[in-house]
Structures are given as structure tokens and as C-alpha cells.
Design a protein around this ligand. Structure first.
Ligand SMILES: O=C[C@H](O)COP(=O)(O)O
Length: 253
């Protein structure tokens, strides 16, 4: 399906359809095949996931596979997952992918520049991609599991100043270091309503997803197999979840 990514209004009772729509399944392993992409598209069409992601070599095929999708659109990754491409390379890729009319673009921040305090470079990197992708929701991936709280706050500010519509927590490549509720709280407190929040990296169960939603996240990048498992959990709960039943303990933050 073509068109840009939009978010649905927040709700107290989330149906399986609501949860699926907030999911961005991905197949982003070093040995991803076209068969993995085809399976992901089947899953997305079946459940109505918002957008989906794979490696750039499959984008043309992904667009074709999604042609008859009623809900699911596709997103690109720019400088993913390291963020340490040259800015010109990210812009070149953005210009190439624009022709495919992505619903959203997820760019990786250059975390090395951030950690070294080279904020002008980080900002220019984001601004350059922003300028190359007018009118399309831009997410900036911060890789929060590698950052201190102060670095996360700075990364959020630079992303917003650079024109990001969303800040996104991770790539999924910091294996064994998931996004935590603490990360989500720090980001939500920093951005307020100035940007939207996508969580990605290590979301493995429904309880975590719902707690993160309660804290302010609205979109979840999840490996396809984990996304299917989480949707099966919704089934096991009768097909919907009342958020009032989800309690976040202070100690989790
Ligand atoms: O969207 C980003 C990643 O694909 C999330 O991967 P993960 O669910 O394996 O952490």
C-alpha cells in the first residue's frame, strides 16, 4: 500500500488490530532471504501491521509484494544499522529510495559523533536527510542501549532540532541489550509532544510492549518472529487488552 505512515488515536482498550497496526515487523538479519521478506509480508497483510522493513536490496520486491496490502506500507533504513556512513551516503540513499515512495524513513544517528560531542555533525547529518525526504515521516535511531541518560536527552534534542518526526530507540543490532522501560521514560520525559516515540530493539513480549505504550511509545519495531509471538499472546488474552490492567512498578523505571 502507498501513502505515508500515520498514527491512530491512543486508546485505553487495545484490540489485536490496534496492536498489530503499531507494529513494524522487520527481517534484518545478515542472512535474510527473499523468502523471509515474503513471509513477513504475509504476516503484515494477515494482521494489518503499520509498516515493515527489510534490507535495501529487497525494496523493489517488497513494494511489489505490498501492492495489494490493505494496511501495510514500507519504510526505508538509511545508514542502518551503524549510522556511521558519510552524510552524503545517507542522502544519496534517501534520494534513490524516494522513487519508491516509502511511507517513512528510519535513519541511524551517528552515535560515535554524539558520544564525542560532535553535535554539529550529528545535527547536520539529520538535517541533510530531513531535507532529502520532504513530507515523509522521519525517524532517528539513537541506539539508547549504548548511551547514558544525558546522551539520550541530547540525542532527542538533536533529533528534534534536525526535523525528526519520531525518535527511535534502537536498531536491534545491540544484541543482548534491549530497550528498557527506563529508556522509554527518559525519552518520553524529554520529548513531550514534540516528537513521537518508536521503540525497537529487544521487544519480546506483550507486557513490555504495553508498558512502553503506557509510557508514551506509539510504534514498535520488532523482528518478524517476535511480532508474531506477541500477537499470539493477544489472542491468548481474548483478542484485546485493557491498559488499566497493566501496572508499571516504580522499580521498573
Ligand atoms: O526494527 C528494528 C529491529 O528490527 C528490531 O529487531 P529485534 O526485534 O530483533 O530487536
Amino acid at each position: 500500500m502507498k501513502g505515508i505512515l500515520t498514527e491512530r488515536p491512543r486508546k485505553e482498550i487495545l484490540t489485536k488490530d490496534d496492536i498489530a497496526y503499531m507494529m513494524d515487523p522487520s527481517v534484518l538479519k545478515l542472512d535474510t532471504t527473499i523468502h523471509d521478506v515474503e513471509h513477513m509480508v504475509d504476516v503484515c497483510k494477515k494482521y494489518g501491521c503499520g509498516t515493515c522493513f527489510c534490507w535495501p536490496c529487497y525494496y523493489e520486491e517488497l513494494v511489489e509484494l505490498l501492492e495489494d496490502a490493505e494496511v501495510t506500507k514500507f519504510g526505508t533504513s538509511l545508514g542502518f544499522p551503524t549510522g556511521q556512513e558519510k552524510t552524503e551516503t545517507k542522502v544519496f540513499l534517501a534520494n534513490q529510495f524516494n522513487a519508491l515512495e516509502p511511507a517513512t524513513n528510519d535513519m541511524s544517528m551517528n552515535v560515535g559523533w554524539l558520544k564525542a560531542g560532535r553535535y554539529d555533525l550529528v545535527l547536520n547529518d539529520i538535517k541533510a536527510v530531513r531535507e532529502a525526504t520532504p513530507g515523509v515521516p522521519l525517524k532517528v535511531i539513537m541506539e539508547v542501549m549504548l548511551l547514558t541518560d544525558d546522551e539520550i536527552r541530547k540525542a532527542c534534542e538533536l533529533s528534534i532540532e534536525g526535523g525528526a518526526d519520531y525518535v527511535k530507540t534502537g536498531s536491534g543490532f545491540s544484541v543482548g541489550q534491549p530497550t528498557t522501560l527506563h529508556h522509554v521514560k527518559v525519552i518520553a520525559d524529554t520529548i513531550g509532544d514534540r516528537a513521537k516515540l518508536k521503540v525497537a530493539g529487544g521487544v519480546r513480549d506483550l507486557d513490555t510492549l504495553l508498558k512502553m505504550y503506557k509510557l508514551g511509545a506509539c510504534r514498535f519495531g520488532i523482528g518478524c518472529a517476535s511480532a508474531e509471538a506477541i500477537l499470539a499472546e493477544v489472542d491468548a488474552m481474548g483478542g484485546s487488552v485493557d491498559l488499566n490492567s497493566i501496572v508499571i512498578d516504580e522499580s521498573e523505571l
